[in-house]
Design a binder for this molecule. Structure first.
Ligand code: BES
Ligand code: MN
Ligand code: MN
Length: 461
C-alpha cells in the first residue's frame, strides 16, 4: 500500500475536479434564494465525507444554514484529536460585477481556477477532505483523530454558531482546531497568521418625512435624509483618517517596539500595493504603516450607503429615509458590544435634529491573537518545509473568522490557521481564483501537517 503523501499526489486531479463540482453550486449563504443550493452543497460535502471513510457524518441543523459534521476517531484515545474547520458558504457574485466568465461555472485559465468561492473557501474544504482521505487510505494510516466542522454561515458573521457549539460541546472535543480559511501573500513564502481582527457590523437608518416627497414642492424645507446620512457618515472620521468616535481607541492594545519591527518586515512595497489595489494613493490613520493599519489597528468602514432613486434617468424625489451599512474591524482588547454602543451614541449626538437615526446590530465577533509558540504552529512550520524551503513568515491579517474566538471559549481549544489562497486570489471580488499548484501543495502540506501534529503530540506525552 502506498504512503499518504503518494496517495495525496495521486489525488491532485480528483481534487481539481471536485473543486470544480463544488464551486458550481451557488451556495451564497446570505441570500434566502439560495437555500436549496446551500443544502446541495452540504449534501455534496456529507457524501464526500462518507466516501472518504468518516463516521457519524451528519448535516446538523443550526438556527440558519446547517453545519456538515463527520469524524474519525480510529487513532485512539492516546492520539491527538484535531477539529478541521472550513466554510462552504460563499459571497454573492454576478457576471456583470466584472467577471470574465460565469462566477458559478468554474473555468480553468493559466493554471488557475476561476469561480466564486474557489479560494474562499471551497478549496480548503477539498484540501482538508483530500488530505484526510489520503491518510485514511495509506499504509501508515491516519495518526490523529479528526472531527470535521464545515460551516455555512461564515460570510454572514456566523450568527448561529455559538449556540451550536454549546449544544454540541461533546462531539467537538479536540486538542486544537485547524482553521482552513486564508492564504499566502506570495506563493513562494508560506505564512502563519498570528492575529485576526474582530468585527461589529450595523445598519444605520435615517428617516425624515413620513413618505417620499416631490422635490420641487418640498425641496428647501425638508432636510433630505440622503443628505443627512452623508453628513453623518462624513463625520465618523477626522479629515486625517482617524476615527472620530470618542473612546473608540481606548481599549486598543498598543504594539511593542519589537512587534512593530517584525511587522515592518512584512510590509508591501508601494509598487506592489499599487498593482494590487489601483487606488490613486493610500489613506488611513496617520502614524501607522499599512501593515499596522490592517493588522493591528481598528477601522470603521462604510460598506454601503443607499436611499432614494438610483435607477435609469432621474426622479425628482426627496426620499423618506436613507441607510448605511457600517462595520468596524477590531483588534485586541476591544469588545464589539462596547464599540457598537460607542458608535451609536456618537451618531445620536451628531445626527441633526431634523432627522431620526435608528440602529440595527448585524453581527459581532471578537478579535483573536494566536499563540505562535503552540506545538500546532510549530508542526505547521515543519510541514511547510515539504514544499517551501525557507521559514514561514508571521502575519497579522485584517480579515475576520468568527469561529476562532468562539473556539477559545467553547470547547476551549487553541486554533491555528491554514490556507493556500494568494493575495491575487481576489476573494469577495470579481474573478476570484485559486492557483492549481497551491491546491496540490495545500493537500500535500496538510497531510504532512497532521503527521507533524501527531509527532509533536507523542513527543510531548
Ligand atoms: N476568509 C475570510 C477572512 C480572511 C481574509 C482570513 C483574509 C484571512 C485573510 C472570511 O471568509 C471572511 O471574509 N470573513 C468575513 C467575516 C465577517 C463577515 C464577519 C470578513 O472578514 O469580512
Ligand atoms: Mn473565508
Ligand atoms: Mn470571505
Amino acid at each position: 500500500m502506498p504512503d499518504a503523501l503518494a496517495l495525496a499526489r495521486d489525488s491532485h486531479d480528483l481534487a481539481l475536479r471536485q473543486l470544480m463540482e463544488l464551486a458550481a453550486i451557488p451556495s451564497v449563504g446570505t441570500d434566502p434564494v439560495h437555500r436549496q443550493d446551500m443544502l446541495r452543497a452540504a449534501h455534496w460535502l456529507a457524501d464526500e465525507m462518507g466516501t472518504v471513510g468518516l463516521q457519524q457524518v451528519d448535516i446538523l441543523p443550526t438556527g440558519g444554514n446547517p453545519v456538515v459534521y463527520g469524524e474519525w476517531l480510529g487513532a485512539g484515545e492516546d492520539a491527538a484529536t484535531v477539529l478541521l474547520y472550513a466554510h462552504y458558504d460563499v459571497q454573492p457574485a454576478r457576471r456583470e460585477d466584472g467577471w470574465s466568465s460565469e462566477p458559478f461555472e468554474p473555468q480553468l485559465r493559466d493554471g488557475r481556477l476561476f469561480g466564486r468561492g474557489v479560494a474562499d473557501d471551497k478549496s480548503h474544504c477539498v484540501v482538508l477532505l483530500r488530505a484526510v482521505a489520503a491518510l485514511l487510505a495509506s499504509e501508515e494510516g491516519c495518526p490523529v483523530n479528526v472531527r470535521f466542522l464545515l460551516e455555512g454561515e461564515e460570510e454572514s458573521g456566523s450568527p448561529n454558531l455559538l449556540p451550536f457549539l454549546r449544544e454540541n460541546r461533546e462531539r467537538l472535543q479536540a486538542d486544537a482546531a485547524i482553521i482552513a480559511d486564508g492564504g499566502f501573500e506570495d506563493p513562494d513564502e508560506p505564512l502563519i497568521v498570528t492575529a485576526l481582527r474582530g468585527i461589529v457590523a450595523l445598519e444605520l437608518g435615517v428617516s425624515g418625512p413620513v413618505t417620499d416627497l416631490h422635490s420641487g414642492i418640498h425641496g428647501g424645507i425638508v432636510h433630505n435624509p440622503a443628505q443627512a446620512i452623508a453628513e453623518i457618515v462624513a463625520r465618523l472620521h477626522h479629515p486625517d483618517g482617524r476615527i472620530a468616535v470618542p473612546g473608540f481607541y481606548d481599549d486598543v492594545r498598543q504594539l511593542s517596539t519589537r512587534e512593530r519591527e517584525l511587522l515592518a518586515e512584512g510590509d508591501m512595497s508601494d509598487e506592489d500595493w499599487q498593482d494590487l489595489v489601483g487606488a490613486p494613493r493610500d489613506w488611513g490613520e496617520p502614524g501607522y504603516s499599512r501593515v499596522e493599519r490592517t493588522g493591528a489597528r481598528p477601522t470603521l468602514e462604510i460598506n454601503g450607503i443607499y436611499g432614494g432613486y438610483s435607477g435609469e434617468g432621474f426622479k425628482t424625489v426627496i426620499p423618506a429615509r436613507a441607510h448605511a451599512k457600517i462595520s468596524c474591524r477590531l483588534v485586541a482588547n476591544q469588545r464589539p458590544q462596547r464599540v457598537y454602543d460607542l458608535v451609536c451614541d456618537f451618531i445620536r449626538t451628531i445626527a441633526p435634529p431634523t432627522v431620526t437615526p435608528e440602529f440595527r446590530l448585524l453581527g459581532l465577533g471578537d478579535p483573536v491573537e494566536i499563540d505562535i509558540d503552540s506545538p500546532f504552529v510549530m508542526a505547521l512550520q515543519r510541514a511547510y518545509t515539504l514544499h517551501w524551503p525557507g521559514p514561514a513568515g508571521f502575519r497579522r491579517t485584517g480579515g475576520s473568522v468568527p469561529i476562532i474566538a468562539m473556539f477559545s471559549e467553547v470547547p476551549g481549544i487553541p486554533s491555528v490557521t491554514l490556507g493556500f489562497s494568494t493575495s491575487d486570489s481576489g476573494i469577495h471580488g470579481p474573478n476570484e481564483n485559486y492557483r492549481v499548484d497551491m491546491l496540490n501543495k495545500g493537500i500535500d502540506t496538510t497531510v504532512r501537517f497532521l503527521q507533524e501534529i501527531a509527532r509533536g503530540y507523542q513527543a510531548g506525552n
